[in-house]
Design a binder for this molecule. Structure first.
Ligand SMILES: NC(=O)c1ccc[n+]([C@@H]2O[C@H](COP(=O)([O-])OP(=O)(O)OC[C@H]3O[C@@H](n4cnc5c(N)ncnc54)[C@H](O)[C@@H]3O)[C@@H](O)[C@H]2O)c1
Length: 263
């Protein structure tokens, strides 16, 4: 498959390596700063970006740029109708607008706050564990995450997502608490705590604790490779499912749509 990469930073480079290693071709790389990008455009010049994507003959686009650019990029790229995978975060509150735009122009887009295959598998494992533990009142649950000391926010978006997934199945928990406690936690409160240290790429752990024992499930990221792998598989699957008529054009999709029966 011919893939265009919009944004040729840390993720862009990893996406290129991953796509090539899976036997696909990267027909263009587009960036506003990266000197090694095939096409360098001026910031905000979405016409140049679209022209470069279309000229490359790309059959799929993967966008990992910056939260400040992502909406303009989506608006410009959707009308090309080339399947578009967006990894850039920070536009969660604009999803309805993007879905309406896709419907009006017939473009097809897919996104996920976390493309890591391992993390998405972990969500499913945690859901199943919560479903089992839900039968036994004696188990409490909590979530902990650790990331490098350059990360500016806490808890991680993944920890919050994980907690929401968990609470769908662990029905006695309905409130996420991330701040310090001034009183004993209530049984319905789900404590999500964070640690920042060194270069840790990202660790998420869920605890189920009873008087008799503790069950711990951990996902440990080793690098950003998992994100790249998930995003490349997502664009390939989306194109194939569209060609087979199993996905419709003009829609905004998520992981469960492009990995049907898996996530
Ligand atoms: N969804 C996920 O699973 C996931 C995983 C990792 C990173 N991300 C997100 O992806 C984004 C990029 O991450 P990164 O680590 O590659 O960042 P990065 O800073 O290393 O690279 C971003 C690149 O985009 C370029 N860029 C910015 N605006 C652009 C525009 N309008 N057109 C073309 N290029 C543009 C920058 O010059 C830079 O080279 C961030 O928002 C990050 O949070 C998401």
């Amino acid at each position: 498959m011919k893939i265009a990469l919009v944004g040729y930073g840390k993720m862009g480079h990893m996406l290129e390596q991953t796509a090539l290693s899976l036997g696909h071709s990267v027909v263009t790389t587009i960036d506003v700063f990266a000197e090694d990008a095939k096409v360098k455009i001026a910031a905000g010049d979405t016409k140049a970006m679209v022209d470069a994507v279309v000229a490359s003959g790309a059959e799929g686009i993967i966008e990992f740029t910056h939260p400040a650019s992502v909406m303009d990029n989506i608006k410009a790229l959707l009308p090309t109708k080339i399947p578009l995978v967006v990894g850039t975060t920070g536009w969660n509150d604009k999803k309805e607008e993007v879905a309406a735009l896709a419907a009006s122009c017939g473009g097809t887009i897919m996104t996920s706050a976390n493309f890591s295959i391992g993390v998405n598998v972990f969500y499913k494992i945690v859901e199943e564990a919560c479903r089992l533990v839900n039968n036994f009142e004696e188990y409490d649950a909590a979530l902990w995450e650790m990331h490098h000391n350059q990360k500016a926010d806490s808890p991680s978006g993944t920890a919050l997502d994980l907690a929401k997934h968990a609470m769908e199945f662990l029905t006695r928990k309905d409130t996420i608490v991330t701040n310090e406690f001034k009183a004993r936690p209530k049984p319905n409160e789900f404590h999500v705590s964070s640690t920042r240290c060194g270069s840790v790429p990202g660790t998420h752990k869920i605890f189920f604790d009873s008087a008799a024992d503790t069950i711990e499930l951990t996902h440990t990221a080793r690098s950003r490779q998992g994100f790249a792998s998930g995003a490349v598989h997502a664009v390939i699957n989306m194109k194939n499912l569209l060609d087979e008529g199993k996905l419709q054009t003009g829609k905004l999709y998520g992981m469960d749509d492009v990995f049907p029966g898996v996530f």
